[in-house]
Design a protein around this ligand. Sequence first.
Ligand SMILES: NC(=O)c1ccc[n+]([C@@H]2O[C@H](COP(=O)([O-])OP(=O)(O)OC[C@H]3O[C@@H](n4cnc5c(N)ncnc54)[C@H](O)[C@@H]3O)[C@@H](O)[C@H]2O)c1
Length: 270
Amino acid sequence: MTGRQDRFDLSGRVALVTGAAGGVGRVTVRRLAASGAAVAVTDVEEKGAQDLAAEITADGGRAIGLRLDVTSADSVSEGFASAERQLGGPVDVLVNNAIVACPVPPRFHEAPESLWDTDLDVIVKGAVRCAQTALPAMMARGDGVIVNVVSVNAVAFFGHPSYSAAKAAIVSLTRSLAVEYGGYGIRANAVSPGTIRTPAWDEQIAKNPATFDALKQWYPLGRIGEPDDVAASICFLASDSAAWISGSVLTVDGALTAGNAVMARSVEGS
Ligand SMILES: NC(=O)c1ccc[n+]([C@@H]2O[C@H](COP(=O)([O-])OP(=O)(O)OC[C@H]3O[C@@H](n4cnc5c(N)ncnc54)[C@H](O)[C@@H]3O)[C@@H](O)[C@H]2O)c1
């Protein structure tokens, strides 16, 4: 974690995070647990999820590690049932975070249909499966929070068209959920990160170790993001501090999408 350790009170809550063994996920579950939530650390990589849950437990938090593959309705419903059984109550806070890092061809017209199928299945249908599984218990209790992790790719072109389109769909889903379930006391929001230093970049970094240095020049705040930048925003949206925030997209991008200084200066210089 970086910076001051601000905490939001999530005691008494059960949180489930998908893709929790990855870069953003692992810091998010640690922060949720440190804020008092009982956490289901779920990932398609079972060992990663279980090892991380064991670390959180050893540090005094309450966590279980589960294999949950968001592309399988059976796996999703089994994962939620296990979380409820082992953590003593249904999921109050759902964080849809899983993605799969696929090799992306350089040009849109070269992308195989299978790439689109994977991104839409993991990102869009995965979030839909998890939300549909979580909602009935949230409706019954009249309380619940869904946080969808999207991306700046949802609002502008930064490469990877299938991933970007899937993330844009989740922005729309966030708004649908917020409006349709607000009457049940359920909130739905999204966080929209820019470049974050996580294993999702490993393949690119292996090809060009200077990738993050090249990218940071585009960020007005002068650096790329760290997983904790996103995790802190997720915990805020999950907490009662965000009690009247629903249907929002919280941009967490070091001002990347706030404007374009290079473009502005090119006009000044003309
Ligand atoms: N890293 C970035 O630069 C960046 C930028 C913007 C948004 N984001 C978003 O942040 C979130 C986390 O990304 P990350 O960088 O930590 O990625 P990551 O690759 O480090 O982690 C993704 C995790 O998802 C898991 N996963 C893959 N397929 C799955 C499936 N079918 N079911 C369940 N889990 C599955 C993986 O095992 C992995 O642990 C994603 O939603 C991503 O779009 C990341």
